[in-house]
Design a protein around this ligand. Structure first.
Ligand SMILES: [Zn+2]
Ligand SMILES: [Zn+2]
Ligand SMILES: [Zn+2]
Length: 143
């Protein structure tokens, strides 16, 4: 079992759930996806998991804090592993095909971003905890 599996197991146990084969398959699929994926994409990555099982188990994983649902311009949303498991990052969102890719910003630029955003938030009396930014445009395939 990998380190990630250990953390997932601990979170599931903490919410009175088991780490079943279906849930393991979902975590493995999300881990190698390279970005938030739709239910259809997850189905393609997990072979024979029925859609009802994917929905049900994603909800359990979401409630346990293992999976995050991303609301993009796709009606059912997209799913990825929680950011505290895979690290802080941003998303490239293609307006043409709806693809979403993970992108990591270099630490020096993240610091500058945080400084600028903190100033902006402060002006509205807002305390900034963290940020979520999507980069919207057109992907390499749709160009
Ligand atoms: Zn595209
Ligand atoms: Zn992501
Ligand atoms: Zn960031």
């Amino acid at each position: 079992m990998s380190e990630l599996d250990d953390v997932v197991l601990a979170r599931l146990v903490a919410s009175d759930q088991r780490y079943t084969p279906a849930r393991r398959a979902l975590v493995a699929a999300l881990r190698c996806a390279g970005g938030p994926v739709s239910i259809q994409e997850i189905q393609g990555l997990t072979d024979d998991l029925p859609q009802s099982s994917i929905y049900r188990n994603l909800s359990v994983l979401e409630a346990a804090g293992v999976v995050t649902r991303i609301v993009g311009n796709y009606e059912f949303g997209r799913f990825e592993l929680a950011e505290d498991l895979i690290g802080h990052h941003h998303h490239l969102l293609c307006e043409e095909c709806g693809a979403m890719l993970d992108v990591t910003v270099p630490p020096a630029i993240e610091r500058q971003l945080d400084e600028a955003l903190e100033k902006l938030a402060k002006r509205s009396g807002f305390t900034l905890h963290h940020h979520r930014l999507d980069l919207v445009g057109r992907c390499a395939q749709c160009k």
